[in-house]
Design a protein around this ligand. Structure first.
Ligand SMILES: Nc1ncnc2c1ncn2[C@@H]1O[C@H](COP(=O)(O)OP(=O)(O)OP(=O)(O)O)[C@@H](O)[C@H]1O
Ligand SMILES: [Mg+2]
Length: 376
């Protein structure tokens, strides 16, 4: 099967990875300098892709990199299991063979029971289990990167993706801090997509992780970078598209990485169907709305009417002053306190972002849907 021209909904690398030159350089510099870094961005802005690309560029003779996704963490037992699986994968990947990895793991921690199992495709795979679950403390598992660094005589960089999930476990941030700060040869990249949780963990003066890590902000990708990327991807399939049309695609997605790739794929399909370019915009909007309609409706059905109306007003372009009498009267919004709690909850759930007093919708499809179907 041919590789798709655009990729979305998964980590992207190599020819599917657009720019991020500054963010890559900043992240690499901080990690090489021995710092830990926390990275917030809204969902699907490219945190995981950025980290993987950065890790791919680090010298393996100096750095051992580990990528662990904490998404499924609901308890310390989950965390232990996820960390062990992640470290096992790293050992295997870095040492090349499962046998070497097995020896290494046996040495690494006496309380672990390393074993070789077959994965679903029949490939041998190293697994690490605790010998006696109750006897091994989470702290000991958390200390694995430091032991790994010592044994491998390299710095270890551990990416903990979806880090905000640790907030579900009471007191875990303090336990992490006390282990992490003793690990002089280990750095962490802590990524999350819930602004209020990430900020509470890292930017609140009283929080245990306050001051532990440097901050890296990643935003939408610049239009000029997208233009170059889209032009080059299309050229790889011998296609040329008027830059104005490419700009239209980028603008529709607001530069949002996942949606630029998704919309570009829709555009490619319009080209394949030989739709007249003068109708691209209209067709593209129709395809986007049709393909996302049921998910969008499901989401909107779960909102209170105050939340829905606030979103409609913001989507129509009124991004500030939502609590003022003028705006509330003009759009028939409810009482200040109701609007305020609607905004607060939409922000907490990552539907809205607020910067310099202006609200904006984070999901360009939702914005498009509200503008096209539920305009105020
Ligand atoms: N640098 C990039 N160049 C091109 N596309 C990108 C880039 N970064 C992200 N994308 C697009 O965004 C999608 C999501 O990327 P990724 O999974 O890295 O984001 P994320 O922020 O980790 O998402 P989540 O919050 O869901 O974990 C990718 O599948 C790809 O379509
Ligand atoms: Mg991710």
């Amino acid at each position: 099967m041919n590789e798709p021209l655009f990729k979305f909904g998964q980590i992207v690398e190599g020819e599917y990875f657009c720019n991020r030159a500054t963010e890559l350089a900043d992240l690499a510099r901080m990690l090489q300098g021995g710092a830990s870094v926390w990275v917030y961005s809204p969902r699907r802005y490219g945190k995981s892709s950025l980290v993987r690309t950065c890790f791919g560029g680090m010298d393996p003779s100096t750095f051992l990199t580990v990528e662990i996704d904490l998404y499924a963490t609901r308890s310390t037992t989950d965390l232990t299991r996820i960390l062990l699986a992640g470290f096992a994968r790293t050992l295997q990947a870095h040492l090349g063979t499962v046998d070497k990895a097995l020896d290494f793991a046996r040495d690494l921690l006496a309380a672990l029971r390393p074993a070789i199992t077959l994965d679903p495709s029949g490939q041998p795979q190293l697994t690490l289990e605790r010998r006696e679950p109750s006897q091994v403390e989470l702290e000991e598992i958390l200390d694995l990167p430091a032991r790994l660094a010592e044994r491998a005589d390299r710095r270890v960089v551990v990416a903990l993706d979806e880090f905000q999930e640790i907030d579900r476990i009471d007191g875990l941030d303090a336990r992490l801090r006390s282990v992490f700060q003793q690990q002089s040869r280990v750095s962490y990249v802590l990524c999350g997509s819930k602004r209020h949780l990430m900020e509470r963990m890292f930017a609140d003066r009283g929080a245990p992780l306050y001051g532990f890590a440097r901050h890296l902000e990643i935003g939408p990708i610049e239009k000029s970078e997208w233009l170059a990327y889209l032009t080059q991807r299309l050229a790889s399939a011998s296609l040329t598209v008027d830059p104005d049309l490419l700009e239209m695609v980028i603008d529709l997605a607001g530069g949002h990485p996942h949606y630029v790739q998704l919309f570009a794929q829709h555009l490619k399909e319009l080209i394949d169907r030989e739709v007249d370019p003068s109708r691209f915009e209209e067709e593209l909007i129709a395809v986007i709305l049709a393909s996302q309609e049921s998910a969008t409706r499901l989401f909107l059905d779960g909102l209170t009417s105050a939340q829905l109306n606030v979103l409609r007003v913001i989507a129509s372009g009124t991004r500030s002053g939502l609590l003022s009498e003028t705006v509330r009267t003009r759009f028939a919004l409810p009482a200040t306190s109701t609007v305020q709690s609607a905004l607060k909850s939409l922000y907490a759930h990552g539907v809205l972002d607020q910067l310099e007093g202006e609200y904006r919708l984070l999901d360009p499809v939702l914005e498009l849907y509200l503008k096209e179907r539920l305009a105020v």
